[in-house]
Design a protein around this ligand. Sequence first.
Ligand code: GLU
Length: 497
Amino acid sequence: MTPPDSNSDPLRVRFAPSPTGKLHLGSARTALFNWLFARGAGGTLILRLEDTDKERSSEEFEQDIVESMHWLGIDWDEGPDVGGAHGPYRQSERMDVYTEYAEDLLQEGKAYRCYCTPEELESRKKATISAGGAWRYDRRCLALDKDEAAKLAGSGTPFTVRFRVPEGTVTVDDMLRGGVIVDASEIDDFIIVRSDGSAGFHLAVVVDDMTMEVTHVIRGDDHLTNAVRHVLLFQAMGVEAPRFLHHSLLMGPDGSKLSKRHGATAVSDYRAGGYLPQALTNYLALLSWSPGDDREIFTADELTREFSIEGVSASKAVFDFDKLNWLNRQHMKRLSSGELTDLVIPFLEREGRDSLLELPREKLEIAVDSVRNGMETLADAVGPTDVYVRPGGVLDEKAAFELAKSGEVREALQFCTATLREESSSDMEAAERLVARMREGAKTRGWKAKTVLWPFRLAVTGLTVGPDLTHLIMFWGPDGCAERIEATMKTLEASDG
Ligand code: GLU
């Protein structure tokens, strides 16, 4: 990837999730963007956990985020688990750093203490609005005289710290949107330290980005309005703001922000549903990036090489489940039988398919391989592979009915067993040869191929639907198939009784 700008500083980006929920697809896309930028430009990716909301943050969510990122193949160079020179990387462990910067801003008159209670604020807000005005903090506490302020400070009255928004215009230089210019008069004197002494979101983000030497902030465009405040804070602290890239948000098919209403939203849900991480990263990357031609299937390596800012679009990204399923199929197709089987095994375990799991490995691979064309996700291997552990000679109702209705069944099955007994190999060529000979046998008898092949399927599997005949022969071997047909013939004779 070409570096997003000619800045010669080493590129440092960060992914800063709040562990207040599982890793959402939208956040995963932000993480992926950051990762692609860092990896493509030889930069550094930082994982920073924004866990200042104690009530809503949990270790369980943190674990889900970290595990989901590992699963997606997104790694980071600095973070709570791997350490780094700019730690700690959990905001809850950095409160003293924020306090220091807040103190400086207070000293410099760039911030001030506000003693207004939430109730007072609410009632003034209501009054302003009912008088037809627009509410912004009315700077009452900025107007306190020295004595009043000293009295309040001395009495231990709780306070917040507000940033004193300077006059003028603020420009957020966004790599995707150009300069976004906002008049500072539209911005409230926002709270940078809460009444419990903890840092507010904006202060924490800016102090972290500054002290962690972040060069590029890549995040969803729901943070674009926050970026205005961040630029003001960077200016107040006398440092240059990082470059910003606010990518579009992930929408559901109805155009509203992707949420549970639209289906699963957590990366770990897709993992549990049998999606491949490479399909998901491919899909999330493609949602707002295009290689400039019509290629759609990319490995993570290809993405890190090719991803570039020029290909990123600012327009809405609409999640398309069909497209993801299609990509999942494409990536599954690229897997060898061995790789696919390894990935399917946990799903068989989860669904208690012990008898399949006890099969010799090469048999299990044939079984999995035989159902792969019908699979949209890895979980789809569960069910269709059950055919391989059915006892011989046991027919389901439909299969029994189908066999009973065909006049030539007995002759066809006898021909099948005789043909099978002539072959000893069970490799793919032998299996294909056998199917071809059964077709020919039908033809010489003046039958359609189906007259032989249909009873063959029914008799070997006991079912009317299932994998192709070649795989059935490879799995049970010619002799095994013959035995199963004989067992079925016995069942039929017994029922003729
Ligand atoms: N913690 C914020 C979030 O999860 C991200 C803040 C940022 O990237 O600046 O939305």
